[in-house]
Design a protein around this ligand. Structure first.
Ligand code: MN3
Length: 230
């Protein structure tokens, strides 16, 4: 890292702000990325200003996975804002223009095995997202134990399954800021429309990556050391 290069940087959206319309409107996308996500990056940087140099050089993923080892004075702020940064970085790539449809190959097989069918998976994932009380996220993860089936789970605030040794394959943001401008209180409308923009290619890439790791926790630890991998 060059001197003066900020460690934590807001990643550019991988598509235009209007690219996911009508499912996600441009105004929501602008506020969500340019204001909300940017604020987590800024607050993370601010929280680390008083931290030892060694921590200021760690990636957001590393800080998230190792949050319990951080000084108590910055732990909560770093955990929340590193989580906000990592989760949103995953979220933008979990969607793509003209995407949607259904997964194929090994990921499709793993989803069928876990949920019975793709349709049952979608229902379970949407239901989990709808049932999050307050702000949180809904995930499809590969569990820590290789033999275990894929799981749908939810996290509160900006918690991330990586901290439990689980590897995220797909994620949707169910904080109100993700949908309220367009859908108001109708979160289920947002969840239903979201399937039309799901980037199954990226989910399959992440699944493939997780399968190539001999041991998931060490793969997570290794990934957390790669700068700019958020
Ligand atoms: Mn959000």
């Amino acid at each position: 890292m060059k001197t003066g290069t900020p460690m934590h940087v807001l990643p550019a959206l991988p598509y235009a702000v209007s690219a996911l319309e009508p499912h996600i409107d441009a105004r929501t996308m602008i506020l969500h990325h340019d204001q909300h996500h940017a604020s987590y990056v800024k607050a993370l940087t601010h929280a680390l200003e008083s931290a030892p140099e060694v921590l200021r050089r760690k990636t957001a993923k590393w800080l998230l996975v190792n949050a319990n080892s951080l000084p108590v004075s910055i732990r909560t702020a770093v955990r929340n804002n590193a989580g906000g940064h990592v989760n949103h970085s995953l979220f933008w790539r979990a969607m793509a223009p003209g995407a949607g449809g259904a997964p194929t190959g090994a990921l499709a097989d793993a989803i069928d095995e876990a949920c019975g069918s793709f349709e049952k998976f979608k229902l379970a994932f949407s239901r989990a997202g709808a049932n999050v009380i307050g702000s949180g996220w809904v995930w499809l993860v590969r569990p820590q134990h290789r033999a275990d089936k894929l799981q749908i789970l939810t996290t509160a605030g900006h918690d991330n399954p990586l901290t439990q040794g689980q590897y995220p394959l797909l994620v949707n943001d169910v904080w109100e800021h993700a949908y309220y401008l367009k859908h108001e209180n109708r979160r289920t409308d947002y969840l239903d429309g979201w399937w039309s923009v799901v980037n199954w290619k990226e989910a399959a890439r992440r699944f493939d990556h997780s399968l190539r790791a001999a041991e998931l926790p060490s793969a997570i630890a290794a990934e957390a050391t790669v700068a700019g991998s958020n």
